[in-house]
Design a protein around this ligand. Structure first.
Ligand code: MHF
Ligand code: KIV
Ligand code: MG
Length: 293
């Protein structure tokens, strides 16, 4: 069967709910694509996204069925020891993204374009995104800004690179914005809705809404035909994202209020490290079964 007739067949097929197609809990074995993401919004299906910065962690989430992973520039503060995401380089993002792609076979991998790798304009954005696609193998990239990143989004999409937009609190602008709730008040809300529509019109396949009032995020979600991915943006977004080290209690320090902690990995790891140290100091490790004769 030719590709054309296969496409025609699927276009003619009746739109009936098919749970085997679900992004989470679906039975697919191939890698998820941005077209699957679009179809999930048409089905009204919610989905989870987690960040990942290394192959091992990504493989755990892939096996758990997480359909979309973001190699976030939050790697800057969560993985590489910087204060913020601002110092992260494209070389670093390429290396981390390649590891996450290698560790997964099912999830759509989205690579975050770091600060300074797309702000100069569309050509710089295309050059940077191309590295993430060709060298790391990501299926999509993410960049911050709606209206202000319009030309970049358009050129990337025209060039065949799916773009996830990121609005609301945009951490790469911490030095001008701080880490504050965005979209409060009528004017700011209107600007955010406009940004979301601009991103959609430019061809973005999804839009992250970070730290915006829940009612506004709900309105944006209803107004767009592409999915919204919330982080601190209420329950009505189409998808939810959390930074994996926050969600698993590994980050340490004070968490933003939007974080729900599902485990205490920091406690588990510290306990194991202390037990190992005690065993070594006290001579309990290695035991006979860990030794060769
Ligand atoms: N570990 C980690 N988790 C994240 O969610 C995250 C990162 N790092 N790095 C990149 C960005 C930065 N993010 C941030 C940073 C700070 C706040 C924050 O301070 N929020 C406060 C105050 C918000 C307000 O009321 O204005 C909060 O309590 O939510 C939120 C999100 C989200 N991203
Ligand atoms: C918080 C998410 C959306 C992000 O951009 C990151 O992890 O870098
Ligand atoms: Mg980011």
């Amino acid at each position: 069967m030719t590709q054309l007739s296969a496409a025609q067949k699927s276009a003619d097929a009746p739109r009936s709910p098919d749970s085997s197609k679900a992004l989470y809990g679906g039975k697919g074995t191939r890698r998820i694509t941005v077209r699957d993401i679009t179809a999930a919004k048409e089905r009204g299906e919610k989905w989870p996204m987690l960040t990942a910065y290394d192959a091992m962690t990504a493989s755990v989430f892939d096996e758990a069925g997480i359909p979309v992973m973001l190699v976030g520039d939050s790697a800057g503060n969560c993985h590489l020891g910087y204060e913020t995401t601002v110092p992260v380089t494209l070389d670093e993002m390429t290396m981390l993204s390649a590891a996450v792609v290698r560790g997964t076979s099912r999830a759509l991998i989205v690579g975050d374009l770091p600060f300074g790798s797309y702000q100069e304009g569309p050509v710089q954005a295309l050059r940077s995104a191309t590295r993430l696609v060709k060298e790391a193998g990501v299926g999509a990239v993410k960049l911050e800004g709606g209206e202000r990143s319009l030309a970049q989004t358009e050129l990337l999409v025209q060039s065949g690179i799916p773009v996830m937009s990121h609005l609301g609190l945009t951490p790469q602008s911490v030095n001008t914005m701080g880490y504050r709730v965005q979209g409060r008040g009528e004017e700011a809300a209107h600007r955010l809705l406009n940004d979301a529509k601009a991103a959609q019109d430019a061809g973005a396949f999804a839009v992250v809404l970070e730290l915006v009032p829940a009612d506004l995020a709900a309105e944006v979600t209803r107004s767009l035909h592409i999915p919204t991915v919330g982080i601190g943006a209420g329950a009505e977004c189409d998808a939810q994202v959390l930074v994996w080290t926050d969600m698993l209690g590994l980050t340490g320090g004070k968490m933003p209020r939007f974080v729900k902690q599902y485990a205490d990995l920091r406690g588990v790891m510290a306990g194991a490290a202390k037990a190992f140290a005690q065993d070594v100091v006290g001579g309990a490790f290695p035991a006979e079964e860990h030794s060769v004769r």
